[in-house]
Write a protein that binds this ligand. Structure first.
Ligand SMILES: [Zn+2]
Length: 349
């Protein structure tokens, strides 16, 4: 029996106060509710949404109205188990499923809780009060969000599990990709993880595009078989892929995705476009009878990802280009903004 690790009354957290106002500050560690555990966070991946709150004070439709702890891509070790006995015991290394629901009566399609209109997400300003994130040395989390790491899987490797689950969900939305020719538009962290998941899923050819050279190099490491310059519309059209993943989150990327799809092909839209109406190359999608499919977050794919990272069938380490200590949070955010130099940047707590 090990002595329980003491939980400090307050500890370091990464808080966005407004546009370009990000602070690493001491915050009280809340007393956990009976169904909550205290987790000592080891790593937190910086996501596009974290960057958007910092640079624009908003992520899509979610507008920052009060200071908020950022972060939803976290892994760590349980230091205080939930008092009601739910969830893993103290000492367990865990990944975190960031989704929760506040209203069980809210309707969503069967088996697709990611589409619940009442869904909450760690570090999200979609609702008021905001849902605090988990970029904190000690985070208080609902025990139902915690997923014990399979044996042999390190916290460091598991740190990409959340964005990899987003990628896994997107690939699942495409149906069977084995033996197919696939095009991935945009090689930010999600596009890169889509490449890694596609390789595991047996795609025959994985062609990637990006406007920068650095992410294409990482994409090759993760399994891309060919690269095309994003600006070369003719080369993109010549790919004629069975399945295209739009992971750039831009209208031009979506146009490239439609252009690069073979007749009768499928386009999975996983990159989140800016809110409001967006121009799109729809006429070509109609005459080619393309299936345009949205992909949003994930449901239970986190468990598939953890199993695949543990058994080595999913190789995603190359997506992490930098690990910085929490004291260097500002430098880490600046680095994560620079797609010519970084892919996934992790904070180490
Ligand atoms: Zn994320």
């Amino acid at each position: 029996m090990t002595t329980p690790e003491p939980v400090p009354a307050q500890d370091v957290a990464v808080v966005v106060h407004g546009v370009r106002d990000l602070r690493v500050e001491q915050r009280p560690v809340p007393a956990p509710a009976p169904d909550e555990a205290v987790v000592r966070i080891a790593y937190g991946g910086i996501c596009g949404s974290d960057l958007h709150y910092w640079t624009h004070g908003a992520a899509g439709e979610s507008v920052l109205r009060a200071p908020m702890v950022l972060g939803h891509e976290v892994v760590g070790t349980v230091v205080t188990a939930a008092a009601d006995g739910s969830g893993p015991p103290a000492g367990t290394e865990v990944a975190v499923h960031p989704a929760g629901t506040t209203d069980a009566a809210a309707a969503f399609p069967p088996g697709r809780p990611n589409l619940s209109p009442a869904g909450t997400y760690l570090g999200s300003a979609a609702r008021s009060p905001h849902t605090e994130g988990a970029f904190a040395r000690h985070a208080v989390l609902r025990a139902g969000m915690l997923r014990p790491l399979p044996g042999g899987l390190s916290l460091r490797t598991a740190a990409v599990a959340e964005p990899a689950a987003v990628a896994w969900h997107a690939v699942r939305r495409a149906g069977d990709v084995a033996g197919k020719k696939v095009l991935v538009i945009g090689c930010g962290p999600i596009g890169l993880l889509v490449v890694a998941v596609l390789r595991r899923a047996g795609a025959a050819e994985i062609v990637v595009t990006d406007v920068h050279e650095h992410p294409l190099t990482v994409a090759r490491e993760l399994g891309a078989t060919d690269t095309v310059a994003a600006a070369d519309a003719d080369a993109v059209a010549a790919v004629a892929a069975d399945v295209v993943f739009e992971s750039s989150g831009s209208p031009r990327g979506l146009a490239s995705a439609v252009r690069g799809a073979a007749r009768g092909g499928t386009v999975v839209m996983v990159g989140l476009l800016p809110s409001g109406e967006q121009p799109a190359l729809i006429s070509l999608a109609i005459t080619r009878e393309l299936d345009l499919r949205g992909s949003f977050r994930f449901t239970d794919e986190l468990d598939d990802v953890l199993a695949a990272l543990a058994d080595g069938s999913l190789q995603a380490d190359a997506v992490v280009t930098h690990v910085l200590g929490v004291d260097d949070t500002l430098a880490a955010f600046e680095l994560a903004l620079d797609a010519t130099a970084s892919s996934k940047v992790l904070l180490e707590f």
